[in-house]
Design a protein around this ligand. Sequence first.
Ligand code: PLP
Length: 450
Amino acid sequence: MSLERPVHDWCQSHPLIADLVALRPTSWFNPRCAPSAEALGDVPLTAQDVREASERLQRFAPFIQSAFSETTASAGIIESPLLPLPALQAVLRAEHQLPEAGALWLKADNLLPISGSIKARGGIYEVLKHAEDLALAGGLLQPGDDYAKLDSEAARAFFAQYSIAVGSTGNLGLSIGIMSARLGFKATVHMSADARQWKKDRLRAHGVEVREYSADYSVAVEQGRKEAEADPRCHFVDDENSRNLFLGYAVAAERLQRQMIEQGVAVDAEHPLFVYLPCGVGGGPGGVAFGLKLVFGDAVHCLFAEPTHSPCMFLGVYTGLHDEVSVYDVGIDNQTAADGLAVGRPSGFVGRAMQRLIDGYYTVDDATLYRLLAQMQACEGYELEPSALAGVPGMVQVLHETQGYRQRLGLDEARMQRATHLVWGTGGSMVPRAEMDAYLAKGRIVLAGQ
Ligand SMILES: *Cc1c(COP(=O)(O)O)cnc(C)c1O
């Protein structure tokens, strides 16, 4: 499907489309955003669903601890640290003449164990859920068992009868592939042209079958879906529509709440929390935002960040066309260095369910992502992949907005003074040294050029 009216018609009724088409960094604060008590009703999932996902991850912790030695310290719980960014905040303040207000933090999902990106939440959760369903039905597991027994030859022989497939720009494939293969499943990852070579190499080293496509993410997903449909023993992980992926991401919120309490960071109506989430197809940021709204209600404000060349969720929600429009339909090419965000058509499920819960959307150009990548490393010593920097300019967007957004929500100066700005750092620790050095070199060149 595509736009039924010509693009210039759409630009008349939706003037920001012209900015998106011109690839200008753009922001939009959604005036239809609603109180969470009301808008959470749009989501066909509940707090109980998230609680069950959290309990399932607890049940699997003994298996994960046994199978992945890097999770020993956390006893098999896959979680990332919450880190302050004082030096980067000072640099952003000086560059953008920001008021001395609020504090900037990083949710360092780049450091998540096993696959080094936010996909270690949703992707791994979905594999575990499927494994549990099969193991309970097949008599391999009984309720109340110690799941460490799943790290055994018997369990791997059981799961080897089944396969798991997924289409991915890279990180989802890594998460699904590594966990599937470790449990014993046959795993196939359909990789889009944007996927980095090292991600394919790493998956093959884990015994995962990697199919490569010269086309974008949507094509890789469609091919994967088709092949999986022909095989009743194959589970296809549907990144665009999966409720389980979404729930795996949502568990992040209760974990973040605990970390905020530990760090003495208040979140309530007087201490607003702004969270800036890089968005590809939308499942990751959508699931996290859903969890955050359940935990923090109207005290949390979520913004989605996309590359100027791939603003699929922005376009879908702004026009109300959701997955019926792709960036190609308006002449945008979906070519970006932010490979984790190189998605042309958003999840219709996430766009529709979350449209009254997400405060705003903005785009970032690739040069800025590289520049921030170098600044993050210079200021704080953290190394993130390009996609994972998209959240950093969010604070500037909020503090500089002139669309009546803060006024509408009563986010006055006193509240902004006490605000917490949280950048979701979605990936990077698995990037090979040489590749990271090349990213840093590019970032330094952009920095030097201004
Ligand atoms: C996948 C990914 C995202 C966005 O998640 P979606 O579910 O595709 O919206 C953001 N950053 C990185 C590094 C990713 O790999």
